[in-house]
Ligand binder design. Structure first.
Ligand code: MV4
Length: 448
């Protein structure tokens, strides 16, 4: 089986660098794209060639489908890796690639549509016997329908936008009398953000952990799970710390959630890498929440405990190779944690772009840094503030925490503010250390 001769990377920052590295190891040439604001970016230097695709605003560059397809054509790229964000979950983009006979390295357009329509994904899962939280069967018709469903499942409920993401169009309703108002504001918000006001309802699970399963599928029906991640440490729907495995997972739990994820993926005839997100309630019951049809920021923690290179596997699967291993070949070793380091004020969480005057990343045993930053580079204000992912691997969780603290202290980033002090604080928190946390950990921390 021959892989691609050249892959175009339709992204920037650490994920573009990560994909270039995977291509290099596979002997594939790379073409980068960049905006005017990224002319000095590391991904541009690292790729074999680079094409400027437009001005700084992403709508005119990294989201510009004709510019990216043209860049693939002029560089003779056979495939495009979209990374995460930007065009990674855009079904039209997948179709534009196919129309230009370029392979999209990722799931099918149909997979992306199913994942993006959250009420439909939920409905499909319910019908296929994948556990879902009690709630509506698909979207609700109107406010009256919403009320009827809410009364049936009982308050509190959570209203969610079918096209939702990042918490927009989402409202918790504790009392029946608040539903009409909250339904209308949530729907308005959803319509403004996504151009789609479809809403669905679920029973609100107040004490949940966010557990997700990495899956990998070839184009011939082969599929494996690479274990779960705990992504409960989040703030305003932005994950800040992720780890694998889930601290309280035993072999039986891993098999149950893994096989449930495969059932969910099979229901969608899923291809390539993806993630099935679950709610884990206080009684350790799992419920399907969403499917993420892209490589995720936190994929490295899974790579660290399984030894697989998920990006390389994505590329091989997209080239038509069948999965080179079976479920029983997937072994889980030790514990991995990732801290997302953002160019932000660690107290106010507001962006802190600017010139990095000194950048000295940590190293040593069990430490991995995925970044596109370097000394003298200016963090542009136009994009996401993620500037580095610090990932550690230890024999157990305790060793991973010690390594993370050591590595965070070693990390030198001067000239801008970063979230390193925030992470050091969390790693000393007794509830974090004992594993006594859920998705509301950071909100509660601020109230103490
Ligand atoms: C939930 C939930 C409780 N019950 N669903 C979904 C998207 C993700 N970003 C947050 N989501 C949640 N879905 C049910 N059925 C709790 C959350 C949730 C949350 C909700 C409101 C405010 C803050 C939150 C933080 C984490 C998780």
């Amino acid at each position: 089986m021959t892989l691609f001769k050249k892959v175009l990377i339709a992204n920037r920052g650490e994920i573009a660098v990560r994909v270039i590295r995977a291509c290099r190891e596979l002997g594939i040439n790379t073409a980068a794209v960049y905006s005017v604001a990224d002319k000095d970016a590391l991904h541009v230097r690292m790729a074999d060639e680079a094409v400027c695709i437009g001005p700084a605003p992403s709508a005119q560059s990294y989201l510009n489908i004709p510019a990216i397809i043209s860049a693939a054509e002029i560089t003779d790229s056979e495939a495009i890796h979209p990374g995460y964000g930007f065009l990674s979950e855009n079904a039209h983009f997948v179709e534009a690639c196919t129309a230009s006979r370029i392979t999209f390295i990722g799931p099918s357009a149909e997979n992306i549509r199913s994942g993006g329509d959250k009420s439909r994904a939920r409905q499909i899962m319910k019908r296929k016997g994948v556990p879902v939280v009690p709630g509506s069967d698909g979207p609700v018709k109107d406010e009256e329908d919403a009320m009827k469903t809410a009364k049936k499942i009982g308050f509190p409920v959570i209203l969610k936008a079918s096209a939702g993401g990042g918490g927009r169009g989402m409202r918790i309703v504790n009392d029946e009398k608040d539903l009409p108002q909250l339904y209308h504001t949530a729907q308005k918000e959803a319509f403004a953000a996504f151009g789609n006001g479809d809403m669905y309802i679920e029973k609100y699970i107040s004490e949940m952990r966010h557990i997700e399963v990495q899956i990998l599928a070839d184009n011939k029906g082969g599929i494996v799970y690479l274990g779960e991640r705990d992504c409960s440490i989040q703030r305003r729907h932005q994950k800040l710390i992720e780890e694998a495995p889930y601290i309280f997972a035993n072999t039986k739990f891993r098999k149950k959630v893994g096989e449930t994820a495969i059932k969910a993926a099979k229901a969608l005839r899923y291809r390539n890498a993806g993630t099935i997100e679950f709610i884990l309630d206080k009684d350790e019951q799992i419920y399907f929440m969403e499917v993420n049809t892209r490589i995720q920021v936190e994929h490295p923690v899974t790579e660290m405990i399984t030894g697989f290179d998920i990006i390389k596997e994505q590329i091989k699967a997209a080239a038509g190779e069948i999965l080179p291993f079976k479920q029983h070949d997937v072994k889980f070793t030790g514990h991995s944690i990732e801290c997302r380091i953002n160019a932000e004020d660690p107290e106010k969480f507001i962006p802190s772009p600017g010139k990095i005057t000194l950048f000295i990343p940590p190293g040593g045993p069990g430490v991995r840094v995925d970044t596109a930053a370097y000394s003298g580079w200016t963090v542009p204000a136009h994009y996401d503030s993620l500037i580095a992912k610090l990932i550690v691997h230890g024999k157990d969780r305790q060793e991973a925490i010690s390594k993370m603290k050591r590595a965070l202290r070693e990390f030198v980033i001067e000239g801008i503010k970063t979230t390193i002090p925030f992470h050091l604080n969390i790693l000393d928190n007794p509830d974090f250390i004992s594993g006594n946390f859920n998705t509301h950990f950071l909100e509660k921390l601020n109230k103490k």
